[in-house]
Design a protein around this ligand. Structure first.
Ligand SMILES: Cc1cc2nc3c(=O)[nH]c(=O)nc-3n(C[C@H](O)[C@H](O)[C@H](O)COP(=O)(O)OP(=O)(O)OC[C@H]3O[C@@H](n4cnc5c(N)ncnc54)[C@H](O)[C@@H]3O)c2cc1C
Ligand code: FES
Ligand code: FES
Length: 493
């Protein structure tokens, strides 16, 4: 019989079922691969998820899912071994078959895509991840799949040449080689219990001293209520970077990774419900039809390696005023669904997004409360919605200002819907209700929009920081608003 709680992380590594326990499981995956598994093909450069040198591919489907897992690229430097429980992992060492290089490796060699070679395994793994989904890559697609990889030597052209010349080969397909029914079944059996690992009393590990990953939401809520100084994690792309810098460590980590219900995403004609463990790649797919603008916007959110694991709920709960999805959630009147355990009882509630951001990094969550899902209304919000992100670099950069704007007119030509939300302009992301009220019922015209623009400027209190001065941010906000008006309504006088 399967034990109720186990103290070892179990995953498949290049086809071998692997058990890791104790302090080793608290290591970052990249460190563990290099120092314990002695698979040194995986490199560590930035340790912040920015350069892609540590890219591996991982396949994971939660218990109960009918889907076959798919291999996707991810960064191994900001994730812990603990988070790999139940996963199928392949590193660069697992690519070649019978001493024959995989297509991405051969192409890099032939196209001279490698000079010092330090970035090469990461690029190879990023291309390999893309080839698990697509038979061939055009240059643009290849470039998109490699936004999370940096190279200081080649100037990128030979790497893009390599990616463009690659054709997937059935012999090297990782899904067929490593995701055999037998391995999937075995791994599911071995991980069908709550994971609870205690680290030693040495220096704090990547996720504190205790890591707890229950299979039931109620158990996560109980633990969250009981351990006042615990830290909740979804994919830990925010938390992992902090942990690598020795910051924000909590002695007790509760991970939602083994709770199947949090992986669901459901759509109706009026909304999309996004579970707390749905990643941004899955979200992009689900939003392509009901909200194509949001799907497009997710293309400039982080890298594929980050989006293949990071969650919408993590972005929301991180509560950064420059979290990219927050203006969108504000502008569409999203609803936050939560659960908690208090006074011996499990309960759920819904919180309107407009009531959710209380102060800088402070949310309307009670002690121990866990976000279970976010409900995004679609329908009426999809029509004129436009999303903006201004950052110093187009790819993989933090926003100076972000915005979600949506103004619609009725059949009589009057403004019938106005949603204006901005990030990076105050201590929390903000929705500008006063300006919206001013616009409602008016006929779109240059004077009306100029007045609205002046109101927006007067209501915002941007800060100056490394990403821009308050003056720069004010100019950005006004320009974004005017650009939106111009693109949506044309020139009006
Ligand atoms: C290289 C890199 C690029 C990035 N690019 C972007 C970008 O372009 N735009 C952007 O906005 N962000 C970006 N981020 C930040 C980060 O990836 C996102 O905020 C992501 O959505 C966080 O999701 P996560 O699942 O990893 O959250 P986690 O790190 O697991 O958690 C984040 C916070 O939410 C809390 N939390 C998680 N789940 C819950 C829950 N269910 N209930 C209550 N609290 C919870 C955690 O305790 C933590 O405080 C980037 C990060 C990296 C490393
Ligand atoms: S080492 Fe740079 S992304 Fe991991
Ligand atoms: S080949 Fe040297 S960093 Fe890319």
């Amino acid at each position: 019989m399967t034990p109720k709680t186990r103290d070892s992380v179990v995953f498949s590594l290049n086809g071998q079922i692997t058990h890791v326990t104790g302090d080793d499981s608290f290591m970052t995956l990249a460190e563990w691969l290099r120092k314990r598994a002695l698979l040194t093909g995986t490199k560590i450069v930035c340790a912040e998820g920015d350069c892609g040198a540590c890219t591996v591919v991982r396949a994971f489907e939660p218990r109960g899912s009918k889907k076959k897992p798919i291999f996707e690229a991810m960064n191994s430097c900001i994730t812990s071994v603990l988070q790999m429980d139940g996963s199928h992992l392949v590193t660069v060492e697992g690519l070649k078959v019978d001493e024959e290089l995989a297509p991405a490796q051969s192409a890099m060699r032939i196209c001279h895509g490698s000079q010092c070679g330090f970035c090469t395994p990461g690029f190879v793994m990023a291309i390999t991840g893309a080839l698990e989904l697509l038979p061939k890559l055009d240059r643009k697609t290849a470039a998109n799949y490699m936004t999370g990889n940096l190279c200081r030597c080649t100037g990128y052209s030979p790497i893009l040449d390599a990616a463009e010349s690659v054709v997937s080969s059935p012999k090297h397909n990782l899904g067929s080689r490593y995701l055999t029914p037998a391995t999937i079944k075995k791994l599911r059996e071995l991980t069908n219990s709550t994971l609870e690992i205690h680290g030693s009393s040495g220096p704090e590990g990547h996720h504190g001293k205790v890591f707890y990953a229950p299979q039931k939401l109620a158990d996560a809520c109980k633990a969250s209520a009981k351990h006042k100084n615990s830290r909740l994690i979804a994919a830990a792309t925010d938390v992992g970077v902090q942990a690598n810098k020795g910051k924000a460590l909590a002695p007790y980590t509760i991970s939602l990774q083994n709770i199947p219900e949090l992986y669901t995403i459901t759509s109706s004609s009026t909304s999309v419900m996004v579970g707390a463990r749905v990643n941004l790649t899955q979200l992009r797919t689900a939003m392509t039809k009901p909200m194509p603008e949001f799907a497009r916007f997710l293309d400039i959110f982080a890298s594929p390696q980050i989006k293949n694991v990071a969650t919408l709920i993590g972005n929301l709960a991180n509560a950064s005023p420059i979290g990219d999805t927050l203006p969108f959630l504000l502008a569409t009147d999203a609803v936050v669904h939560t659960a908690r355990h208090a006074q011996g009882k499990f309960s759920r509630r819904k919180i309107k997004i407009e009531d959710f951001f209380v102060a800088y990094k402070k949310l309307a969550l009670k002690a121990g409360e866990i976000i279970t899902a976010v409900e995004i209304p679609t329908g009426k919000y999809a029509h004129n919605l436009r999303l903006y992100k201004v950052s110093q670099r187009k790819d993989l950069d933090i926003s100076a200002v972000s915005a979600a704007l949506n103004i619609d007119v009725n059949k009589s030509g009057k403004i019938s819907l106005a949603s204006l939300a901005f990030g990076g302009v105050a201590a929390t992301p903000v929705r500008l209700g006063k300006v919206e009220q001013y616009l409602l019922g008016k006929t779109p015209s240059t004077p009306v929009f100029d007045t609205a623009s002046a109101m927006i400027d007067s209501l915002l209190q941007p800060l100056s920081d490394a990403r821009g001065t308050d003056t720069y941010r004010r100019v950005l906000v006004t320009n974004i608003f005017q650009k939106y008006v111009h693109n949506t309504f044309g020139d009006r006088s």
